[in-house]
Design a protein around this ligand. Structure first.
Ligand code: FMN
Length: 390
């Protein structure tokens, strides 16, 4: 595997040389990228000699003429490891700053990122550093926690770069997880549906598409080919996913059935309206004095139809229930003929519709339910796919 090793300006930078050697011993190709501050501690020559590859140090370095290295290396990387990661670099990564080669390269990459912090305990405990680490974790960056001990500045506390063996183990685990769905096709339905009342009004719901987008990102991180069938949403989906846009449930059914042919996993994260107006009005309904009655007819059960049409696929539904009682979701699992159901309690504060976090229970037949616990939607998605893939 191609690993970019980012080294930033910590006293622990010397340890990155051994890390490079250990990862090479495990069969990986290493390309190093040093920040300006890192070069106060170690030299590009050291890494070029060890790795046999050029070492990037400046945002405008171009080892191959005419090829922008930050894009080229980002595309070719299977994983980026930043070790040691300074407080400065961590805070820049969390904020999306790209003012040197290393941070620009990370911004351009879609592969998994592993960050191993090393710093003075006060810098580690600093509220901003902690917030940045949380932000990175929520984006599925693997953080190799620093250890507690005596640090170079003479203080005692948490901030020592984790042992190299722990960093290498994390890299191997992240790489293994990045291949769990290699060669698999994953189809995800996402967002709400809009059921027309007339040509300007519709019935819909509060689904944002964030969970569907998170599952798509997670599946891509795990090596899958991803298609999203999405109702109308504001959010942007990952660029590497194929996105099929639909409006109402009938269109979503047709697109999902088409796209699911040959799929290995189909996940229904869309909030499909259960009913639609029986006779949408042509043009715009006019205001009148009398009450009106809207007759609703049931919509197709998309995920159940996918399960019936493709019995060999792993078809997973979402059950957004205003309760933590799992019996409703269990009944749905059986009635719809699904492989699994991810149940989430949309009445719990901070999770569910349009929230940043989720908390799901994965229910399968003949297996005790497992709970994700409250996590970012991306972390939930990785947890869900990891459970399904294994
Ligand atoms: C001797 C020395 C050791 C340092 N060690 C660390 C360290 O372990 N961790 C850290 O976050 N910053 C450390 N710093 C501060 C960083 O080098 C400084 O914040 C720098 O701007 C980081 O730049 P970079 O993130 O681009 O590498 C150290 C500074 C000096 C002078």
């Amino acid at each position: 595997m191609n690993i970019v090793l980012g080294v930033s300006g910590s006293i622990a930078a010397y340890r990155a040389a051994d890390l490079a050697r250990e990862l090479m011993r495990q069969g990986h190709t290493i390309r190093a990228c040093l920040t300006d501050a890192a070069q106060q501690f170690v030299t590009p020559t050291l890494f070029e000699t060890l790795t046999g590859n050029p070492c990037l140090i400046d945002a405008f370095d171009e080892p191959e003429t005419g090829r922008m290295a930050h894009i080229d290396w980002a595309r070719q990387a299977d994983l980026i490891l930043v070790a040691p990661a300074t407080a400065n670099t961590i805070n820049k990564l969390a904020a999306g700053i790209g003012d040197d080669m290393l941070t620009t390269l990370v911004l351009a990459a879609t592969c998994p990122l592993v960050v191993a912090p090393a710093m003075n305990p006060q810098m580690y405990a600093n509220e901003i550093t902690q917030r940045s680490l949380k932000t990175l974790s929520a984006r599925a960056v693997a953080i190799v926690e620093p250890q507690e001990g005596d640090v170079a500045c003479g203080e005692h506390g948490q901030g020592k770069l984790a042992p190299n063996s722990q960093i290498v183990d994390t890299v191997q685990a992240v790489l293994a997880s990045s291949r769990l769905l290699a060669g698999k096709r994953v189809v995800i339905t996402s967002g709400p549906t809009q059921e027309p009342i007339d040509e300007v009004r519709f019935l819909s719901n509060r689904s944002s598409g964030k969970m569907g987008s998170a599952i798509a990102r997670a599946a891509l991180l795990m090596g899958a080919e991803v298609t999203i069938v999405s109702g109308p949403v504001q959010i942007a989906y990952p660029l590497q996913a194929k996105v099929v846009r639909v409006g109402d449930a009938v269109q979503m059914l047709e697109a999902t059935i088409n796209e699911s042919a040959g799929a290995d996993i189909v996940i229904g994260a869309a909030a499909v309206a259960d009913y639609r107006p029986a006779d949408p009005v042509a043009g715009k309904m006019r205001r009148g004095k009398d009450n009106i009655t809207l007759t609703l007819v049931p919509n197709p059960d998309i995920i159940a139809q996918v399960a019936r049409s493709y019995p060999s696929a792993c078809v997973v539904g979402f059950a957004a229930e205003p309760t933590s009682d799992l019996s409703v979701a269990m009944e749905k699992l059986v009635r719809k003929g699904l492989f699994a159901i991810a149940a989430n309690d949309v009445s719990a504060p901070g999770t569910g519709f349009d929230a940043e976090d989720n908390d799901i229970a994965l229910i399968r037949r003949d297996v005790a339910p497992v709970m994700s616990g409250r996590r970012s939607k991306l972390a939930c998605a990785l947890w869900l796919l990891d459970n399904l893939a294994r």
